[in-house]
Write a protein that binds this ligand. Structure first.
Ligand code: DC
Length: 226
């Protein structure tokens, strides 16, 4: 059996990347890393500390004060993100963070900070990481690269279901606007924009069940593990 590999899952917002990544990690006994959670946590820090992110020096200083860690929750067996020792896994899903995260993720210093940590975490392989630039910039040599897409309506509906549980005041139109805005900024930014890597396999899950999507991905992985 081959050694451990790196699996990257990139794609548009709310396409189900993290659902698939978690399932694969669990099946393979790999580490799951949610790179978006890193950008969201940095955004939360900037918002809380009133960092003016248009000022490069302020950004550089703020980044010096940020420690991000992924720690496995023994109950759920899922890794959760900690910002300077505080579990922010749930706070960072808030729309307030989602509204600013793409602007902050477009900043060069922020990307350098996050990418360096992502590469360090993945150095041992045996990892599933999802995001926007994982197969293109973070791990261009990854053995399995998946690029996820799904129809707009289904993505809005899925994200609505997820967020409505925590915030019943949220509306479909707010979510649609946020997803469209993030997709636009994420795919048009100068540094590492969202792109399908040349060697990535596209997975359109508009009409797939979670099981079908998982089986498709597992086949790709198993083909690399034999
Ligand atoms: O995967 P997510 O929706 O939690 O990601 C939140 C934002 O973080 C996304 O809109 C853009 C940014 N991001 C990024 O720029 N690069 C990544 N690898 C992951 C996320």
């Amino acid at each position: 059996m081959a050694g451990k590999i790196i699996i990257t899952i990139d794609g548009w917002s709310a396409c189900g990347k993290s659902t698939l990544a978690k399932q694969l990690a669990l099946k393979l006994g790999y580490l799951y890393v949610d790179s978006g959670a890193m950008y969201r946590s940095i955004t939360l820090y900037f918002l809380r500390n009133h960092v003016d992110w248009t000022d490069t020096n302020e950004v550089k200083d703020a980044l010096k004060n940020i420690i991000l860690e992924f720690i496995v929750n023994p109950k759920t067996k899922q890794s959760e993100i900690f910002l300077n020792g505080e579990n922010v896994e749930y706070l960072i899903r808030d729309l307030i963070v989602a509204e600013k995260v793409s602007d902050i993720a477009a900043i060069r210093e922020v990307r350098e900070f996050a990418v360096a940590q992502q590469q360090k975490i993945g150095a041992q392989k045996g990892i599933v990481m999802d995001g926007r630039d994982i197969g293109t910039t973070v791990f261009p040599g990854a053995e399995v690269k998946i690029f996820m897409v799904a129809g707009s309506a289904i993505r809005v509906e899925r994200r609505f279901k997820e967020l409505f549980e925590k915030n019943p005041n949220i509306s479909l139109s707010e979510i649609k606007t946020n997803l469209e805005m993030r997709d636009y900024i994420d795919s048009h930014r100068e540094i590492s924009p969202l792109r399908k890597a040349k060697d990535a396999i596209e997975l359109d899950n508009t009409n797939l069940s979670e099981k079908e999507q998982f089986d498709f991905a597992l086949k790709l992985v198993n083909a690399k593990l034999v």
